[in-house]
Design a protein around this ligand. Structure first.
Ligand code: ADP
Ligand code: MG
Length: 645
């Protein structure tokens, strides 16, 4: 005797109902041969659907074994079971279970898609099947535009597209009127005649009469779930031709291992089409829930926009700070009398001498030193008078400050070199003109006149002390160390600390540090907003998985692998985040345009890197925060999923 096609041996299935165990199937034994048409009949709640789900590898028994073509299903992994559902079984459900977003054609194509069929073949096959089932003029209709009978025929076409060697029909006529129900049963008989093995579940004895063999499951306290009747229905002969069917199927044995040679070679191309299809599904889903999608994106949009803007702002302010720092000139340490800026008694301290400057010059780390004597005086040239700052400086002054000499303009036009100007009543001759220097503290229009400090203190002020001393430190010396050296030398000379120092390097560092701190702070806020956006995406995706439980169940039932489901939801999450990222970058540019009109003294600077990083970041968020919902979707139990409405 040849082995039965489907062989159920001692199978039990129980569900936990609160504290109790509800045993629905009790040690069932059942053999179904190739090409048979079997009806399983029983009252509602007797466990028919449970048995059907086990037969179709949607569910697993708690006890016992189920062999398909001699192979034990309990030894198979999820992928092998998915392959069986996809390529061997075809489900027809009482409530059709079509995907509402897809057309009739799209619905029929789904199992072929998961079976790696190319898009053209898929469409051709689906069209042929639908045409054969009398739906050639309904290809582009959505399920809600079709009658019950038409929807059920679409689901028959879906069951057949990958071959559908074994058709499992769970109350296929349950939701149909009697005429459509009868048509459906004729269709099933036709398929039976063509060689398909048909297993039909019904509570209706009239429907069961269409089958050759009727198995009864009895609903009862003791006999619950056991096969009590297994009768041959010999009066149905109309379409019977099992012999022919059997011979046909010998040439076409069930394929329990999914990877055939043909599929291997075309795997690469086909996989792309699966990604593309998932992308298409994601787009359909997104456009069906536009407002929700947009609100989900909003978190990402704001997050990305703020990150990009902050980076651009940071880069812009950095640029302007760098320019300012450069304008500070060389690294100098200034020494002033008093205890600090704003010390009102500093004017009375007259201990800072030119000799101090000479002493400082002897320090090894000092590049150059200059004392300065300052005064604001009226400067007169010919008939023009302006107030300018006169500074009496040492010979090293220009080196200390990093000024360079230029031949050129003075007052207005004309060559100033050699002209004689009046500082108050003191006539002096211009012997050189500096290049203008851009700076934060002084603007270049300000008139500065430099004289030897001896002249200023001798001829203008008649004093022997200086206003301050400026030291330029060697490039390769730590300015803090130099500062300490200067302080100790002067303290020694003065016997007390009656001066203070201003180190431009310290200022530069503190500016840099402040701007770095600001950038960090704002980045942290931007990052938090991205995080919140990501959590929003995750939240909505989790809701979406719950909402689409039925869809997921259908996809699993027609043979989607866990990876297929996972991929679909991941792609959706990534797509939402990616679009959010793109819109966010757009928003950031918009902010930049507005900012440039705000009259700020610097621009936002966008870098390609930050934009690529923003895209990468939003995509990463999609993957990270889409993972959990996608995994949840992939791990859904198809039975629970299908029983949802
Ligand atoms: P039928 O299809 O014959 O009407 P089912 O196989 O759907 O019956 O269900 C048989 C029994 O098993 C019912 O009492 C039902 O409540 C119970 N049952 C089915 N599925 C589950 C489940 N997932 N969890 C708990 N109980 C279930
Ligand atoms: Mg049922």
């Amino acid at each position: 005797m040849t082995e039965a096609l489907l062989n159920v041996v001692g199978v039990s299935r129980s569900f936990s109902a609160g504290e109790d165990e509800l045993t629905v199937l009790k040690e069932i034994n059942l053999q179904i041969n190739r090409g048979e048409m079997v009806a399983i009949i029983g009252a509602s709640g007797s466990g028919k659907s449970t048995l059907m789900n086990i037969l179709g590898c949607l569910d697993k028994p708690n006890k016992g074994h189920y062999f398909i073509n001699g192979q034990d299903t309990s030894a198979m992994d999820e992928n092998e079971l998915a392959a069986l559902r996809r390529e061997y079984f075809g489900f027809i459900f009482q409530r059709y279970h079509l995907l509402g977003d897809l057309t009739a054609l799209g619905n029929v194509e789904v199992p072929a898609l998961y079976a790696n069929e190319g898009p053209h073949e898929r469409q051709k096959k689906a069209t042929q099947l639908l045409t054969r089932l009398g739906l050639s003029d309904r290809l582009e209709h959505k399920p809600n535009q079709l009658s019950g009978g038409q929807q059920q025929r679409v689901s028959v076409a879906r069951a057949l597209i990958n071959g559908g060697d074994v058709i499992l029909a769970d109350e296929p006529t349950g939701a149909l009127d009697s005429t459509s129900g009868e048509e459906m049963m004729k269709l099933l008989r036709e398929l039976h005649r063509d060689g398909h093995t048909i297993i039909l579940v019904t509570h209706d004895p009239h429907i069961a009469e269409f089958a050759d063999r009727v198995i009864e499951i009895k609903d009862g306290e003791i006999k619950d779930g056991e096969i009590i009747g297994d009768t041959r229905n010999d009066n149905v002969n109309a379409y019977q031709s099992s012999d022919r069917a059997a011979t046909e199927l010998v040439d076409n044995p069930p394929q329990t291992h999914p990877q055939t040679a043909k599929q291997q070679t075309t795997k690469y191309r086909i996989n792309w089409s699966r990604y593309l299809e998932a992308l298409k599904m994601a787009l359909i889903g997104m456009s069906n829930n536009r407002l929700r999608t947009f609100l989900t994106m909003l978190g990402i949009i704001i997050g990305i926009a703020s990150v990009v803007s902050v980076v651009a702002l940071g880069a812009g302010s950095q640029q302007s700070i760098m320019a300012n720092i450069a304008s500070m000139g060389t690294n100098t340490i200034e020494i002033k009398p008093g205890t600090g800026r704003g010390d009102r008694r500093s004017g009375r301290i007259r201990t800072l001498m030119a000799a101090d400057a000479d002493a400082l010059k002897t320090l090894s780390f000092v590049d150059s030193v200059t004392p300065t004597v300052r005064a604001n005086v009226a400067i007169r040239y010919a008939s023009e008078t302006v107030t300018g700052s006169v500074q009496g400086v040492g010979t090293d002054y220009f080196r200390v400050r990093g000024y360079s000499l230029a031949q050129g303009q003075f007052f207005a036009e004309g060559n100033a070199l050699g002209s004689v100007i009046f500082l108050g009543h003191l006539p002096v001759r211009v012997i050189g003109v500096t290049e203008p220097i851009e700076s934060v503290s002084s603007n270049s229009d300000e008139l500065n006149v430099w004289l030897p400090y001896t002249t200023v203190s001798g001829r203008i002020f008649r004093q022997n002390y200086v206003s301050d001393i400026t030291v330029r430190v060697d490039e390769n010396v730590e300015s803090e160390v130099a500062e300490q050296g200067i302080i100790s030398l002067l303290t020694m000379r003065h016997g007390t600390v009656d001066f203070f120092t201003i180190n431009t390097d310290t200022i530069r560092k503190s500016i840099e540090k402040t701007s770095a701190t600001m950038t960090m702070l704002i980045s942290a806020i931007a990052f938090i907003s991205l995080l919140v956006g990501g959590i929003g995406v995750m939240n909505i995706m989790l809701v979406s998985v719950t909402e689409r439980t039925r869809e997921i169940g259908i996809r699993i039932a027609v043979g989607a692998r866990q990876t297929d489901i996972m991929r679909q939801f991941l792609i959706e999450a990534v797509l939402v985040c990616f679009c959010g990222g793109a819109l966010g970058i757009g928003l950031a540019y918009f902010v930049g345009v507005i900012f440039s009109y705000s009259g700020s003294d610097f621009q936002m600077v966008y870098s390609g890197t930050s934009i690529i990083a923003a895209f990468a970041c939003s995509t990463l968020i999609g993957v990270l925060f889409g993972y959990l919902p996608a995994r949840n979707a992939a791990r859904l139990n198809p039975i629970d999923a299908l029983s949802r409405d």
